[in-house]
Write a protein that binds this ligand. Structure first.
Ligand code: SAM
Ligand code: SF4
Length: 453
């Protein structure tokens, strides 16, 4: 699927794009037409200041057209840091010596309730790989515990690559997106970073989504850990992987995550010559918005508030908020902090993230309607491409924001949030939807919950 020589040849061919070439590619991108790999390479290589600005502008416009001003909010939940793998970049790798921990079901229930108290409805469940300590049945039981004991409505799952049989179990328990990062598409870098471990099999890892699709999962999220190999190579490889799945299964990635390597215990950033600058990072996110316009682009709290805000304006559609990356990190009170997987750069509370988003004109969205109405996989993509999904997304987002501010907001957030929601409801063009939405907003203020289109 990934031919390194071929991708490198494309990158070389698109190394010095002319002004005319870039104008042509950007014109195509602004019409949301499929860009080929050479065109994407040209955008990654564009160096004139005005061209870069144009890439940012068009990425911002496309984001607006597809997602309006909505930003989906979620939180990661780490339930175990046992790991048999030895990924050189990760604080949880097996060579790092510390007291390992896995949560019992009662503790998972408590975490879910604490996340609910922060207003979260969507989680990304994170687990180290340990067939003995955290077999698939433990993961499945944990998912049931969360769904049964909290108002968390969607659990995306980020667990190690596994078999069709185990993916079937994940599918049957009703996960949202199955997320797995390739880490790097460069085979040599992959081997170097994953010495002697289950995760070290590049081809098995690369074909994880094939097995997930075979098991009935139709909603997958990819990612690259930027900093392990050359970033332009990783971007073209991600796009190639996406197109491979589209061709083979009729549906590509639902989301793409773009984690950048952070300092973690037992590793030094100095050992990574491919660490990318902020400018390179912004370029790859904006180019990805042009190359895969309908994909949800996810930015975590590995990035600073400033970078997150800038990239929300130019392509990012989902962010985590109030995240903890230690096992059982969502405490009632000031309990001791456990071993983090890596360092974070945005430690604002969920409430502060939401206030900042509203002030900047965005709608923090807690919507999970598509997943619950079965609008996933190719069904979701065809609605997204036809533009019809957008008509109901904004009202849904406004309803979930109303619910959030009523249930979890302080006085400032309630006032700010309701004013904002009512103003936005007035701007909805479809009269029938507008009336129904306004009606629902008042129902939510009076106490009804979980209304959606
Ligand atoms: N253990 C599973 C796996 O590795 O696929 C699932 C989750 S792991 C907890 C989540 C992700 O964290 C990894 O895929 C990796 O990309 C990321 N990660 C690990 N170490 C990191 C670091 N130092 N900086 C940033 N991200 C890191
Ligand atoms: Fe384990 Fe995942 Fe960390 Fe690798 S990245 S050591 S598999 S937790």
């Amino acid at each position: 699927m990934i031919d390194k020589h071929y991708i490198e040849k494309i990158l070389a061919a698109g190394k010095n794009p002319t002004k005319e070439e870039i104008i042509k590619v950007l014109d195509k991108a602004s019409k949301r037409k499929n860009l080929n790999l050479l065109e994407i390479a040209m955008l990654l290589n564009a160096h004139e200041e005005d061209q870069v600005k144009e890439i940012y502008d068009i990425a911002g416009k496309i984001k607006e057209q597809i997602y309006g001003n909505r930003v989906v909010i979620f939180a990661p939940l780490y339930i175990s840091n046992y790991c048999v793998n030895n990924c050189k970049y990760c604080g949880y790798r097996r060579d790092n010596v510390f007291d390992r921990k896995k949560l019992q079901q009662e503790e998972i229930k408590k975490q879910a309730i604490n996340l609910e108290k922060l207003g979260h409805k969507r989680l990304a469940l994170e687990v180290g790989e340990s067939p003995k300590e955290t077999p698939i049945d433990y993961v499945v039981e944990s998912i049931k515990t969360i769904y049964d004991n909290s108002s968390i409505r969607r659990i995306n799952v980020n667990i190690a690559s596994t078999s069709v049989e185990e993916y079937k179990k994940l599918h049957d328990v009703g996960i949202g997106t199955y997320i797995l990062f390739q880490e790097t598409y460069d085979k040599e870098a992959f081997a170097d970073q994953h010495p002697k471990s289950l995760k070290g099999d590049y081809d098995y890892h690369l074909h994880s989504f094939d097995r997930a699709f075979e098991a009935g999962i139709d909603d997958v999220g990819a990612g690259v850990l930027f900093g392990l190999a050359h970033w332009k190579f990783e971007v073209l490889s991600l796009i190639t992987h996406n197109r491979y799945l589209e061709d083979k299964f009729g549906v590509g990635f639902h989301t793409i995550s773009v984690p950048r390597l952070k300092k973690a215990d037992g590793m030094s950033l100095e050992d990574y010559p491919h660490i990318i600058t902020d400018e390179q990072f912004k370029r790859l996110v904006t180019v990805m918005r042009l190359a895969v316009p309908y994909v949800g682009l996810i930015l975590s709290t590995r990035e600073t508030k400033e970078i997150r805000e800038e990239l929300i304006a130019h392509g990012v559609s989902q962010i985590s908020a109030g995240s903890k990356t230690d096992v059982g990190g969502y405490h009632d009170e000031e309990e001791a902090h456990d071993h983090d997987q890596f360092e974070l750069s945005d430690e604002r509370s969920v409430s502060d993230v939401n206030k900042d988003l509203i002030d900047a004109g965005y709608i923090p969205s807690y919507c999970t309607a598509c997943y619950r109405k079965g609008r996933t996989g190719d069904r979701f993509m065809s609605l997204a491409k036809a533009g019809t999904i957008g008509m109901i997304c904004e009202p849904n987002a406004l309803m979930t924001l109303t619910e959030y501010v009523m249930d979890y907001g302080d006085q400032e957030l309630i006032e700010k949030g309701l004013k904002y929601v009512l103003e936005h409801a007035e701007n909805i063009k479809n009269q029938t939807i507008k009336e129904k939405l306004k009606n629902n907003i008042f129902k939510i203020i009076k106490g009804e919950r979980d209304l959606f289109f």
